[in-house]
Design a protein. Structure first.
Length: 369
């Protein structure tokens, strides 16, 4: 009874974790790119394979979780899940200890975990899987009265269930890659009022303090000091002080949790650097074309998108990318690439607002057809 309940709980956790990532594989691949980036593992040559790695991880989580639920190939299933947890545990510990990836994406955008929460979750799962491995070890190869290993029953119905589950998950993953996630867990889902969300953020903002990493050039000692104490104590910054700030090692630490929303990153500027966010979210209708990798967009696709949005009479139209001259026939605007990726899972992508409320969003390829 106990081992059956534990098996069920762990299996459901893996299935749920895999599912929320499966619906938004492109979003999960962006998270994988963060791990490959120079500040973390410094393997930028792997960034182009981020989507492939994401698919592999999600497939393992989903299918092994379902196999565990159905009690199929237990020794193999538990062994691979244990290895997967060790791998995830290493990643989350590295993220937490070095404070390099602030959200591992373990449950996509559905549930947010801090790096340390993710690490302890992986440790708990690993312990649970090891316990299951011990409890089920006698079931791995049962023997008859003559000591001869018995073959496992075929379990055809279980394999049929696994096949149906697999087909369903393949459809979910393919839809998320080629179009939009079937279930949108993001803050930019259709119906979101960006103007209202920004008002909530302004009323209850998060507060941060900067912690400086200071090194004593005489003794070699290193300390962490918050910005207020650094200003108050002149021995750390007065002329002739042996204490020097270590470049690139300062940390911004949240001291008061305010209203949490990815909308806080919705900040759009014109090519001169003037912010035009309010103009856009207050417009009766705004049609925005986003591109987080403008150089990767075929010229003919961009031309077709611009031609289509230009038919929207009376709408405020902007092309928003990381470069000031990406678009040729519509006004250019700029936004941080990471912020664009939070909104757009396709490159390019079209977002339509009415007085700041999201009424439609589509990959550009869908929009022009």
């Amino acid at each position: 009874m106990l081992k059956g309940l534990l098996r069920f709980i762990i299996a459901v956790i893996f299935i749920l974790s895999g599912f929320v990532k499966a619906v938004d594989l492109v979003g999960f691949s962006f998270k994988m790119e963060e791990y490959f980036a120079p500040p973390v593992f410094n393997m930028p040559f792997l960034e182009k394979f981020a989507l492939l790695f994401s698919i592999i991880v999600v497939v393992l989580e989903l299918f092994l979780g379902f196999m565990l639920l159905l009690k199929l190939k237990l020794k193999f299933t538990l062994s691979v899940l244990i290895a997967l947890c060790v791998f995830f545990g290493f990643l989350t510990f590295y993220s937490a200890y070095f404070n390099v990836v602030t959200d591992c994406g373990c449950f996509g955008d559905a549930i947010k975990f801090t790096p340390w929460q993710s690490f302890f979750k992986d440790v708990a799962l690993l312990i649970g899987l090891i316990i299951l491995f011990v409890l089920y070890r006698k079931d791995f190869r049962k023997k008859d009265d003559y000591g001869i290993a018995q073959k496992e029953p075929s379990g055809k119905f279980k394999y049929i269930l696994l096949a149906v589950f697999s087909l369903g998950m393949i459809y979910v993953m393919a839809h998320g890659i080629m179009h939009e996630p079937i279930i949108d867990f993001r803050d930019y889902k259709i119906g979101t009022d960006i103007r209202a969300e920004k008002g909530k953020i302004e009323k209850n903002p998060s507060e941060y303090k900067t912690f400086y990493s200071l090194k004593n050039e005489k003794t070699g000692a290193v300390i962490k000091l918050n910005q207020d104490d650094y200003i108050k104590k002149t021995e750390y910054w007065a002329e002739g002080s042996p204490w020097k700030i270590e470049e690139g090692k300062n940390e911004s630490v949240i001291t008061k949790e305010g209203y949490k929303s990815e909308i806080v990153k919705f900040k759009i500027e014109d090519p001169t650097g003037m912010e035009i966010t309010n103009e856009i979210i207050n417009a009766p209708k705004a049609v925005l074309v986003f591109s987080y990798h403008p150089k990767d967009v075929p010229a003919d696709l961009l031309q077709k998108v611009e031609a289509k949005v230009n038919t929207q009479k009376g709408a405020l139209i902007y092309g928003i990318s990381t470069y000031p001259n990406t678009f040729k026939t519509i006004k250019n605007a700029m936004m941080d690439a990471t912020a664009i990726k939070t909104i757009a899972r396709s490159n390019p992508f079209v977002l339509i607002l009415e007085k700041g409320k999201i009424i439609d969003k589509q990959p550009a390829k869908d929009y022009i057809n």
